[in-house]
Design a protein around this ligand. Structure first.
Ligand code: UDP
Ligand code: MG
Length: 326
């Protein structure tokens, strides 16, 4: 168990956070598989189900489950807020020294949670990622889009995110506190967590097919996640606009010079040169100004995101008294 300052008042050693959206078909299967495992972990635990505004029988099933399984906690969101927001709500409420996040549909094997905990303790790391070694059960489109997603985010952002790690992971209390402290909306946790830079390890697992029901991630939500990832972790699109402005500005200056030369050579209609010069000059000034504005907007955005510009791994003065862990 980590010797965090919060450790003393944490009532459980492990929280399992599960986002649940219209999963009436899956819940009974999940419970059958998770409960015997949880009881075999040998740690005190809570299973924190975040009902993401389900409109099927999920809320009823969860209330029943809460009565039958004392370690279950249910948090219900008023409306469907999305997978990432549901996990964030769970992280904000989890009380464990360790917090695991896992999808409800049994695509991630709950068996791996015990393994993650063992790895975290043996290697003294804060984060253990579940990495999808084999995703043969996913559709070709899902695999292809996931591949494109993970590779382009890696290329465009400065975050060293593990490839093919989704939202199945174990985090220490210190990590969860750091995530909770970020003021950001639209958090993409699979990028936020690696960006925090805590020592990490990973366990590989085979991504199974959904145990029952339909995917709750239609194309629209997948695109949303990609846009959030890109805009949240890269100012490449903004930079692109800046460069476009600069290029446009230079091109407009070229047109201006051409118009003046053409006039001096005398082969222009009266009034043509002045028109072109005005249009080109105004265009150049606007595009360049937009580029400059873009740079400042980028800085403001970074400040609004409120991510610290560094994270301290350890400080000998503080660590000798408070943290004996690493
Ligand atoms: N989920 C959620 N809110 C949503 C969509 C999904 O809480 O708006 C949950 C869902 O119940 C599941 C997890 O997020 O536990 C992953 O969703 P899903 O399995 O449908 O996504 P896929 O595996 O198809 O990408
Ligand atoms: Mg799934």
């Amino acid at each position: 168990m980590p010797e965090t300052v919060e450790g003393a008042r944490s009532p459980v050693e492990l929280s399992v956070v599960i986002p649940v959206y219209n999963e009436e078909a899956v819940l009974p299967l999940l419970v059958d598989r998770l409960r015997p495992l949880a009881d075999s972990w040998g740690v005190s635990y809570e299973v924190l189900c975040v009902d993401d505004g389900s409109s099927d029988a999920t809320p009823v099933l969860l209330q029943r489950l809460r009565r039958e399984w004392p370690q279950v906690r249910v948090v219900r969101l008023r409306a469907n807020a999305g997978h990432q927001a549901a996990i964030s709500a769970g992280l904000a409420r989890a009380r464990g020294d360790w917090v695991a996040t896992i999808d409800a549909d049994l695509q991630d094997p709950p068996e791996a949670i015990g393994e993650m905990l063992a790895v975290a303790r043996a290697e003294g790391v804060d984060v253990v990622y579940g990495v999808r070694g084999d995703r043969a059960s996913d559709t070709a489109f899902k695999r292809l889009s996931a591949r494109a997603f993970y590779r382009s985010i890696r290329a465009l952002s400065a975050v060293d995110a593990p490839v093919d790690a989704g939202d199945f992971r174990l985090m220490s209390r210190a990590t969860v506190d750091a995530v909770n402290a970020l003021p950001e909306h639209h958090r993409v946790l699979r990028l936020v967590v690696p960006a925090l830079g805590f020592p990490s390890a990973s366990v590989s697992y085979t991504r199974a097919a959904r145990a029952a029901g339909e995917s709750k991630y239609p194309l629209g939500k997948m695109i949303r996640l990609s846009v959030d990832s890109l805009t949240g972790f890269s100012i490449a699109p903004l930079r692109f606009a800046t460069w476009l402005g600069l290029l446009g500005g230079v091109a407009a200056l070229g047109v201006l010079v051409y118009a003046v030369i053409a006039m001096l050579l005398g082969n222009t209609l009266p009034g043509w040169t002045s028109t072109v010069v005005i249009v080109a000059a105004v265009g150049a000034v606007q595009l360049l100004a937009l580029g400059i504005l873009g740079e400042y907007v980028g800085r403001m955005y970074a400040m609004l995101q409120g991510r610290p510009s560094y994270y301290v791994a350890h400080d000998s003065l503080v660590d000798s008294s408070a943290r004996a862990r690493h």
